[in-house]
Design a protein around this ligand. Structure first.
Ligand SMILES: [Ca+2]
Length: 169
């Protein structure tokens, strides 16, 4: 009886201590969200979140999210357009995880937009058969919410787009 009473007291003490230690951390978890609003643009890095358009491409959803080794297949003359998880006010870099399928050169060009109506080309690359990271600088930071990857040569090739990401300056 006495032992079980001691056990109950011990359990109660553990619960109190746990509540005291959990309470501050629970509050702490809320603060980073508030701080996230004021994070500098240089800390932003956002993946594609939603397929906006898919022209002569297969499996566009494979280009959404973080790289996972599976890509949207963009055929000759085709393109895939993604909306980012959120708009980046001062985008200075677009990163594309891509590879080539088929034969010959597998080239792509990258376009960015903040409204899905006015597009600006920021450059292009030629893919290798294995997935690689391609970085395209924007010569000046600007608001970006949409990114489009266009197949741009190597007409018996496909460009495989695993993921894309926009980063702040
Ligand atoms: Ca993927």
């Amino acid at each position: 009886m006495r032992v079980s009473s001691l056990c109950l007291i011990a359990i109660a003490l553990v619960c109190v201590v746990a509540a005291m230690t959990l309470a501050p951390s629970a509050q702490g978890e809320e603060f980073p969200l508030q701080a996230g609003v004021t994070v500098a643009p240089s800390d932003e890095a956002v993946y594609g979140a939603r397929v906006i358009a898919c022209d002569r491409c297969i499996g566009a959803e494979e280009a959404v999210g973080a790289p996972d080794g599976r890509g949207a297949i963009v055929l000759a003359g085709g393109s895939v357009t993604l909306e980012l998880a959120r708009s980046i006010s001062g985008c200075g870099l677009v990163v594309v995880w891509a590879a080539k399928g088929g034969w010959g050169a597998g080239k792509f060009r990258v376009y960015v937009s903040d409204n899905a109506e006015t597009w600006e080309e920021i450059g292009g690359r030629t893919c290798t058969p294995h997935y690689r990271v391609y970085e395209l600088d924007l010569d000046r930071g600007r608001a970006v919410r949409y990114v489009r990857i266009e197949h741009d040569g190597g007409w018996v090739s496909a460009v495989l787009v695993d993921a894309l990401q926009a980063k702040g300056e």
